[in-house]
Design a protein around this ligand. Structure first.
Ligand SMILES: [Zn+2]
Length: 436
């Protein structure tokens, strides 16, 4: 057992110190945060190393040794944050001000909070002298917010032995408290990425001589065809459990029933609401036009126009298959296609020892909270680790309202002190149950 007073002050000090290091990516400069974490752990007698993939881009890896009879558990988070629009914030986003029971600042929900909780869980495991069967590895990476090239991908390519584990606990999950109802959505899958750039060619000329071959008009048609296409609903076990559970909790919109979505063949159409958009994205592949460029002058019809589409694909479909679908939708002969970024979706089984431990720990701490699987519509570092055979779960042990979740990547991001304390206790419990 650990008591709140044993670690609360220290947790807040570590956490607020981390928030105060500006790791906005770009440029990142995570090495300062990596050194800070290394210093904290080494004072505790836990060996840690900073790996710099390129100057300024640092990740930190530490290890608390077990007896080696079981394979390691990796506690993962990332050090970088997304940039801020400072003038829209009501506080300095890098001051980590403590106000109304909350710590405010960029990274307080994504995801320096988890970094700090994992650091404290590791320190407490050491101080309590837990008899570990598994090594506990802690890694806090650079560059997650920009795709992981200088963080997790570099670590996997250059120092995989340092982070190799049977299981990983990472960000990507979602703990919700809404009208007294509580649930932790534990991420066990994430959608893949296929970013496609299209160059649509046509007939250029003088703006005073309209032509149906005008590539600006063709681009408009292409965008409409993609936007109007509805991908079929895919019935996969994760989304079925996710939606059935969310319905029981009353988190689905009025009148929406999971059985109807999967059963009647009606499918589901997003009503544009916060939850509606998510349900839509959980159920199917999506293709979203996001960038348009072309033309130089108002009286000149250009020869070509570029349109880029952000496609997100369910696990099991390759990015190249998505490209073929998009080509079919476009249906024009003179278009060049380029895949700007590709990453297949990934999935970890829900039938594992760690899944059971996470569920049990939640039940002990929050008996009324539901434990449900989650499919991320965006990507995290877990996608790359799953490719290497690591079972990864996005288990964020905090319970946050929708309103507060909306501050992630937005303005006035903040987390309550109570959530930081409870989350740390929960992670310690998980480590104790799973690694001893
Ligand atoms: Zn994140």
């Amino acid at each position: 057992m650990i008591r709140r007073e044993d670690f609360e002050a220290e947790l807040l000090e570590v956490f607020r110190g981390l928030i105060r290091i500006d790791t906005s990516n770009p440029p990142g400069n995570e090495v300062a945060a990596a050194r800070y974490v290394k210093g904290i752990l080494e004072r505790e007698g836990i060996p840690a190393r900073v790996f710099e993939s390129t100057p300024g881009r640092g990740s930190v890896v530490a290890r608390l040794k077990g007896d080696g009879s079981r394979a390691p558990l990796l506690l993962l988070s990332h050090l970088d944050v997304v940039p801020v629009e400072v003038e829209r914030w009501s506080v300095d986003p890098f001051s980590a001000v403590l106000k109304d029971g909350y710590v405010w600042g960029r990274g307080t929900l994504d995801i320096k909070n988890m970094g700090a909780m994992e650091i404290l869980a590791l320190i407490l495991a050491k101080r309590k002298g837990l008899k570990l069967k598994r090594d506990i590895i802690l890694a806090a990476t650079a560059d997650e917010e920009a795709g992981g090239t200088y963080g997790i991908r570099w670590l996997i390519d250059n120092h995989f032995e340092e982070i190799k584990a049977e299981y990983a606990i990472n960000e990507g999950g979602l703990g919700i408290v809404e009208s007294g109802r509580k649930a932790i959505f534990c991420q066990c899958a994430e959608k893949g990425i296929c970013w496609i750039k299209m160059t649509i060619k046509g007939e250029g000329g003088h703006g005073s001589l309209p032509s149906p071959g005008n590539p600006v008009i063709l681009a408009g048609q292409v965008i409409s065809r993609i936007a109007e296409h509805t991908f079929p609903v895919a019935k996969i076990p994760i989304t079925e459990k996710l939606l059935t559970g969310a319905e029981k909790l009353g988190l689905l919109p009025e009148g929406t029933k999971a059985a109807d979505i999967f059963g009647s063949g009606k499918g589901y159409r997003s009503n544009g609401s916060r939850i509606g958009k998510r349900i839509n994205a959980w159920l199917r592949h999506t293709a979203t036009p996001t960038l348009v460029s072309g033309g130089t002058k108002v009286n000149v019809i250009p020869m070509e126009v570029q349109v880029s589409v952000d496609c997100r694909i369910l696990p099991g479909t390759e990015p190249e298959e998505m490209l073929e679908v998009v080509k079919g939708l476009v249906g024009l002969p003179d278009v060049e296609y380029e895949i700007l970024q590709r990453k297949p979706g990934s999935e970890s089984s829900m039938d594992t020892e760690l899944w059971g431990v996470l569920e049990d720990c939640l039940k002990e701490v929050e008996p009324k909270a539901a434990f449900l699987p989650y499919l991320s519509t965006g990507g995290t570092d877990s996608g790359f680790l799953r490719e290497k055979g690591v079972v990864c779960y996005g288990f964020d042990p905090t319970l946050v309202s929708w309103e507060d979740w909306d501050t992630v990547h937005g303005i006035d991001e903040k987390i309550s002190v109570g959530n930081m304390v409870n989350g740390t206790m929960m992670l310690f419990k998980v480590v104790q149950k799973f690694c001893t």
